[in-house]
Design a protein around this ligand. Structure first.
Ligand SMILES: [Zn+2]
Length: 200
């Protein structure tokens, strides 16, 4: 627990006692998060496009990733967790550059603000899905490619709409809603599931 240096033991005890349930809930939540965190290893679970799949390492000459039934198969001629992790990263970066970048640009064109885009970047960050600066640099976290397309589209919409409104005002959310109806459900879905996408 974090507390001010000036706190006395009595105050700390008092705080823990009066917030006991809340603290326990947070700890339980962290335990679940830790358990559900993605680990790229044979037989572990991956939450891919809203389905729970089993990661299968397969030694084959051809290096590739394929989804078949409820398996997320990672193939290579020699395979281990660290090589597989790099392969999954490359796979997601490829998917993100094929999907996110052209879609962000065409949505901006549709809204008449494509001239405002200076650059669309892909980067893995610790906590954010997207970012848009006043200079027109839009950044997306390629880990979002693990999510369903409806969620990815919401993230793209959100950042591109920032080219018009730099804030989270009512105007901004109305614009998001007009392009991505039901966006609130996507925000909720992300809040509930995003912890399953981050991996080391
Ligand atoms: Zn925003």
């Amino acid at each position: 627990m974090r507390c001010p240096l000036s706190a006395t033991n009595k105050e700390i005890d008092e705080f823990i006692r009066s917030n006991y349930d809340w603290i326990n809930e947070r700890l339980e939540e962290e335990r679940i998060f830790e358990k559900e965190m993605l680990k790229i290893q044979n037989n572990s679970k991956i939450f891919y496009r809203a389905r729970e799949l089993t990661i299968v390492f397969r030694e084959r000459r051809e290096k590739r990733i394929l989804v078949s039934g409820n398996k997320f198969i990672i193939q290579d001629n020699k395979i281990n967790p660290s090589a597989a992790t790099i392969q999954v990263e490359d796979y997601l970066i490829d998917k993100a550059s094929e999907y996110i970048i052209p879609r962000a640009k065409s949505l901006a064109r549709h809204l008449g603000v494509d001239g405002k885009i200076k650059e669309v970047k892909l980067r893995k960050t610790k906590s954010k899905w997207g970012h848009c600066t006043s200079k027109g640099i839009i950044q997306f976290n390629w880990l979002i490619m693990l999510a369903p397309y409806s969620i990815i589209d919401y993230i793209i919409t959100h950042e591109v709409c920032h080219l018009i409104y730099m804030d989270h005002s009512r105007h901004f959310w109305n614009l998001v809603e007009s392009i991505c109806p039901g966006h609130k459900d996507y925000v909720t879905w992300l809040n509930n599931h995003e912890h399953r996408f981050w991996f080391e």
